[in-house]
Ligand binder design. Structure first.
Ligand code: ADP
Ligand code: MG
Length: 695
């Protein structure tokens, strides 16, 4: 249960000053959550320094200043004209105009009476050589000088929100800050010179100097550390809980593995062989396996998974293979089941979509132990699924699952070995953040015979040529993916939706040749579309990023990504990994609309390398960790305060600290332990705290 001291922080935003039912959702959107705590984590992106008090003659173009001005005269915009309303002001050094568009005269006259002296704060600009401030941020009489903050935090906004609204709500939130017990190691606090939690938030939201908001400022680093520590503690606890139970040794013994390996249409790469050996060695131990299999797209993780599952079966246990999407589960089933069944292993499929008799039969086969291998989505780990003797659980494309699913999974198989697989080439820092310290096997070698993918950047206005090239290629028997950005992204730029693009291409290539697939389609319809493409009935598959993970159609050798500049770099790498799987030389065309400098750099990186690690590192540098791979699918917990590009060093400290704490106080019952529980609750890790013995 969440401690009462935290209640004010988890109260809804609507209790804050100026936040009604209209503002609350906007604020929640900007802050990324609906509670007061979420707002508090919404740290300023910058600070405006208004402390400069120059004379008009000394103002600097483009700089924010606070001026003491006498109001000379109002110059309303002539009726029907587009010119702004001007208020001419001056000090002893010269004149300056205050400029207002869509102004209300009575309001301005009340604020700025002619002959009065006013403090005016805003950005000074030169217009035809004379200084002006358009829409000053603050106007105040001299005796209200204190209403103009010397340093003002600037917040990320969303449409309909203003800085003032956020600032006011934030001040309300700050009033409610409880003093929380210090959960950090006092030595660390002293060494780093960090303020206490509450003081840190106050410093950031009520900065006394502009440098207070910088990423490396002590208050900011402290809060970043808190967040990282909470994450590392949660990871360590999940891991400790998993490790606490003894595993069943799965030493093999049967011949299923050998038969499957012999039936594979290829021989394993050295990297696959090494990974399989590492996994088998872990499985043989009487300790639970917790291993991450990391391999770039197309490195052949599925075969490794299959041989791991075979080892479980060969040891008299069952194996479960969990994929993040229905589509992927079905595809894995289609490729694995024939091999497994040929070796005499009954294999069942279980997804959320399977209902009725089929589902009952699958459940029965799982419960009776008749099924050696179960493939499915997270439906595999729901309450009514009871394995007879689950020995190994494999989670594919692990980054798609959260901590909660991981917990659910370890609850299901009490002593189950766990192998998680990811194609996400995560740099070490992020790896720690996302997984803590799991054992890792890497597939650092591609299956032989892969030809490099010819990647090109093409401006969208050359679309007709691209369509023509695709037409020629498909006529020659090749297949192509055509990826469009998600429709929801269409906020400002008119983006082509998959449907529109699908219709246009159907015109060009013939309706029978084009399939359209996206996340909002019903399952069976999606399967049918996918199957048509897999079987070669359709030649072009127009898709959203639903195809980004795992989909494997070896005959598809061209991928076109529309508005490539809108995708995360590693996400593009994943998408590109859909081709280059067959004998044919493959091509990837990245169509771009508007290309800023960073976007161009990113796409160029992608063009010039196909090494997932290089790409991930580049992405981290260019965009910051939070944005890596596009936040949605990064698998890296989304930190609100910590920015790994700046706070990466803290991650190591947090990890070591979490480990040290749990060694001496595994259930967090000591004095610091109690404070750390509060920290976990503060970061909404309730599920993890619930696993602790009560303290
Ligand atoms: P990923 O690691 O992206 O999940 P997959 O397991 O889907 O990769 O494998 C990609 C493709 O490579 C598949 O078509 C698979 O059959 C093939 N493949 C896997 N291992 C080998 C190998 N050792 N030699 C040749 N082809 C392989
Ligand atoms: Mg895969």
């Amino acid at each position: 249960m969440r401690p009462t001291i935290l209640y004010p922080l988890f109260a809804p935003l609507t209790g804050l000053p100026g936040v009604g039912p209209r503002i609350a959702p906007l604020l929640a959107r900007a802050a990324g959550g609906e509670a007061v705590a979420d707002l508090l984590w919404h740290l300023p992106t910058a600070c405006i320094d208004r402390s400069a008090r120059p004379r008009v003659a000394d103002t600097v173009d483009g700089a924010v200043a606070t001026l003491t001005l006498e109001v000379l005269r109002h110059e309303p915009a002539p009726r029907g004209s587009r010119s702004p309303y001007r208020v001419h002001c001056a000090d002893s050094s010269g004149e300056i105009a205050l400029v207002f568009f869509h102004a209300r005269e009575d309001y301005l006259r009340a604020q700025l009476p002619e002959g009065a002296t006013r403090l005016v704060s805003g950005k000074v600009e030169r217009f035809r050589d004379s200084p002006q401030i358009s829409h000053p941020d603050y106007i105040a009489p001299l005796d209200k000088a204190d209403t103009i903050p010397a340093v003002e935090p600037l917040y990320g906004l969303t449409a309909g929100l203003t800085q003032k609204t956020v600032g006011k709500a934030m001040r309300g939130a700050l009033e409610r800050l409880p003093d929380l017990p210090e959960w950090n190691d006092p030595h660390l606090i002293r060494r780093e010179g960090w303020p206490a939690w509450r003081a840190a938030l106050e410093t950031l939201h009520r900065p006394a100097e502009a440098s207070a908001c910088a990423p490396l400022a002590p208050a900011r680093r402290r809060l970043a550390f808190d967040e990282l520590l909470a994450a590392q503690l949660a990871l360590s606890l999940v891991r400790a809980k998993a490790r606490a139970r003894p595993g069943i040794p799965l030493p093999g013994g049967g011949d299923v593995g050998a038969r499957i390996e012999a039936a594979l249409p290829f021989s394993l790469t050295g990297a696959q062989r090494r990974a399989v050996a590492e996994i088998h060695a872990d499985m043989a131990q009487p300790v639970r396996m917790l291993r991450l299999l990391q391999g770039d797209v197309g490195s052949g993780k599925t075969a490794v998974a299959l041989l791991a599952m075979a080892r479980a079966v060969d040891s008299g246990a069952q194996a479960a293979f969990m994929a993040p999407t229905d589509l992927l589960a079905r595809q894995h089933y289609a490729s694995i089941a024939p091999l497994a069944e040929a070796a005499g292993v009954r294999t069942v499929l279980l997804t959320g979509r399977d209902k009725g008799a089929e589902r009952a039969a699958a459940l029965e086969a799982i419960a009776s132990g008749v099924a050696g291998i179960a493939i499915g989505t997270h439906a595999l780990f729901q309450d009514d699924v009871n394995f007879d003797r689950l020995g190994l659980a494999i989670v594919d494309e692990q980054h798609r699952f959260g901590v909660r699913q991981r917990l659910m999974l370890s609850d299901k198989g009490q002593q189950t070995d766990l192998l998680v697989m990811t194609a996400t080439p995560i740099p070490r820092t992020l790896m720690l953040a996302a997984y803590g310290d799991m054992d890792v096997s890497r597939l650092d070698e591609r299956p032989p015979g892969r030809k490099p993918i010819d990647t090109r950047l093409v401006a969208l206005n050359r679309l007709p040529e691209v369509v023509e090239a695709v037409r020629r290629a498909t006529a020659a028997g090749r297949q192509a993916y055509w990826v469009c950005p998600r429709v929801e992204d269409a906020e400002d730029v008119p983006l082509t939706s998959v449907e529109e693009r699908g219709a246009a291409l159907a015109q060009a290539f013939g309706a029978d040749a084009v399939g359209v697939i996206h996340g909002r389609m019903k399952g069976p319809e999606r399967d049918a579309t996918m199957q048509d493409f897999l079987d070669g009935r359709t030649r072009v598959l127009v898709a959203t990023t639903v195809i980004e993970v795992g989909v494997d159609v070896p005959n598809a050798s061209i991928i076109i990504v529309e508005h490539a500049e809108r995708f995360g770099l590693a996400q593009l790498h994943q998408l590109r990994g859909r081709v280059g799987r067959g004998a044919e030389a493959s091509a990837c065309l990245l169509l771009y609309g508007n290309l800023g400098e960073t976007a161009e750099q990113r796409l160029t990186t992608l063009r010039d390398t196909d090494d997932g690690f290089v790409i991930a590192e580049a992405d981290l540098k260019l965009r910051g960790a939070g944005e890596l791979l596009g936040t949605r699918q990064s698998g890296v917990p989304e930190f609100r305060v910590a920015d790994l590009a700046h706070h990466g060093d803290l991650l190591e400290i947090a990890r070591a600290d979490a480990r040290r704490v749990l060694e001496s106080d595994p259930d967090l019952t000591g004095a610091r332990g109690g404070a750390l529980r509060t920290l976990l609750y503060l970061f909404a890790r309730d599920a993890v705290v619930a696993t602790l013995r009560s303290g």
